[in-house]
Write a protein that binds this ligand. Structure first.
Ligand code: SF4
Ligand code: SF4
Length: 527
């Protein structure tokens, strides 16, 4: 047989097989997953607490050992060798199998939890029953499908977070950022809400790091009643929810850009950055995708604003002698806030807006016209011809379940790890709007050092063509940039730097220089 290597690659071929450590780790991780799958078929595991511990520890240990075997013996530095040769990270067969399995899991989770073993008025069965002991330990209640999901989600972020830190251990920013997302997921999203449920079962479930519009349900009637009826603690949570939208988030986004949330705090971002790290190169970098992104994500913002307004409007009263907040004052309030923001942007930021102005203007006028329509045409409990409840259900189904879960996470191995954050998340869109217009954040580029290798663009999970900016020496100030810092971490020349600085000169599209009288020093000083 002819064994001659016909490859013309200068760097040689990537390793085809896993090393022994990785194989053993895969076996351990898979056996943990196997225990969960067996429970789906209602096999009777006598001591569920013990079996759950074994399963979770095996999954966690499998991922961590795999990562150690993959990275520990290598030098620190960029570790993306072979990604386009591996089936799982290059849309190969394994990627499709994983994508279909994950999507199937989400469909069952959202729409058919009974197949996971959820029993409404009785003892849970199946895989949900396996999680009962842990749920009872934390909150005192039996597990639900959301508890199972929350636990697996947290384990995935912790295990893949360790993998991520091993992989990017040459970069301090990445290590600290990952500790942050691991902490916020474990404490704020998982443990604190469960303990709060144990201390006061009537308080609405509240993941304190989630804010509107991500938790679009936060201002529904049953939740507002739940907050108000639970005294000071409930009221404090309600006030915190409002302050986080109007005070905390704008201040932090002004100082640090949207990265403070999308890459340091948010649970969706946490999963994307850790478990989804192997798929970041799959993001679409085309201009077409950029256009789709802007239309879709801003439409979701309009949708969620209208839906929330409609839901709150539907339960407010008309009698101003009883309540200070009536239907009309509420609508006028929403319209005034939007008008103030729009006018401020148009007056002070017009120059920097370019295309964004168009999207902002269309969105603004759509909302205002619908608000006026609401006032004129709506009756008790309905907005136009629709019930506000149907609007909420449609949003919850289309955006909350299908987009964020089934497509956003289920298709990590096919579309990349930030599909939801880029195309669907209204929170990211609002933060992005502020990041572009009113923030100190930018990625500076030392263009003279760039060798146009394209690593930065390839590994930008938001599909930003970072290299195009670097080649021109232009600052990157894009609404969609989540400040993950990976472009900078994989740049072999140290061209890119994430910085917070004065707003003057932040957006600096590089002008074409013509003529003989250009004073280059003026340009440098202006930068
Ligand atoms: S431009 Fe860089 S920091 Fe921003 S999202 Fe892309 S890779 Fe992350
Ligand atoms: S900025 Fe760095 S990673 Fe990007 S193309 Fe230039 S040298 Fe490569």
């Amino acid at each position: 047989m002819n064994t001659m290597d016909k490859s013309m690659s200068l760097t040689g071929q990537p390793p085809k097989a896993l090393n022994t450590g990785q194989k053993l780790a895969t076996l351990i991780g898979m056996s943990g997953l196997g225990i969960l799958v067996l429970n789906l078929f209602n096999l009777d595991f006598e001591n569920s607490g013990l079996w759950l511990s074994i399963a979770l520890i095996a999954i966690f240990a499998g991922v961590v050992w795999f990562s150690k075997a993959a990275y520990a013996h290598k030098e620190k530095g960029i570790k993306n060798d072979g990604v386009w040769f591996k089936s799982i990270s290059s849309r190969g067969v394994l990627a499709w199998i994983a994508g279909i399995a994950l999507t199937g899991f989400y469909v069952v989770l959202y729409f058919y939890p009974q197949y996971l073993g959820l029993v409404k008025d009785g003892e849970n069965t199946g895989v949900i029953a396996l999680f009962d002991p842990l749920s009872k330990l934390l909150s005192g209640n039996p597990a639900s499908q959301w508890f199972v999901y929350g636990t697996l989600y947290t384990v995935a972020i912790l295990a893949f977070g360790i993998k991520f830190m091993w992989k990017y251990r040459h970069n301090r920013y990445e290590k600290i950022r990952t500790v942050s997302v691991m902490f916020f997921q474990t404490a704020f999203a998982f443990i604190i809400p469960e303990i709060m449920a144990r201390l006061n079962g009537d308080l609405p479930y509240y993941d304190l790091k989630n804010m509107w519009p991500l938790n679009y349900y936060n201002f529904e009637r049953y939740r507002i009643n739940g907050f108000i009826e639970n005294g000071n603690i409930g009221l404090a949570m309600l006030i915190f929810g409002i302050l986080s939208i109007f005070v905390i988030s704008p201040i932090l986004t002004y100082k640090y850009g949207k990265r403070w949330y999308c890459s340091w705090v948010c649970g969706c971002g946490a999963l994307a950055e850790t478990a989804g790290d192997s798929f970041r190169q799959l993001s679409d970098k085309s201009k077409f995708a950029w256009n789709v992104e802007r239309w879709v994500v801003h439409s979701v913002v309009v949708f969620v604003t209208l839906m929330t307004t409609a839901v709150i409007y539907s339960y407010l009263g008309n009698d101003s002698s009883k309540y200070w907040l009536t239907k009309s004052t509420f609508l006028i309030g929403v319209a005034s806030i939007l008008t103030l923001v729009f006018a401020w942007v148009m007056i002070f930021k017009r120059q920097e807006l370019q295309k964004d102005a168009k999207y902002g203007a269309i969105g603004y006028f759509t909302i205002i016209i619908v608000l006026i329509g609401m006032h004129v045409f709506s009756g008790e409990g309905n907005i136009f011809l629709f019930k506000s409840e149907s609007l909420r259900k449609t949003y919850s189904f289309l955006i909350g379940s299908i987009f964020s879960g089934v497509i956003g996470t289920g298709f990590y191995p096919i579309f990349g790890n930030r599909v939801w954050c880029r195309f669907g998340c209204p929170m990211a869109a609002i933060l992005g709007f502020q990041q572009r217009l009113f923030s100190k954040f930018r990625i500076t580029t030392n263009g003279g050092q760039c060798i146009s290798c394209g690593n930065c663009s390839t590994y930008c999970e938001m599909g930003i063509d970072v290299r195009a900016y670097a080649q021109k020496g232009e600052n990157i100030v894009r609404s969609s940039c989540v400040g993950c810092g990976i472009c900078s971490a994989v740049c072999p020349r140290g061209v890119l730097k994430l910085e917070n600085g004065p707003q003057k000169g932040r957006i600096n599209p590089t002008e074409v220089l013509l003529g003989n009288d250009v004073d280059l020093m003026d340009l440098v000083n202006d930068k």
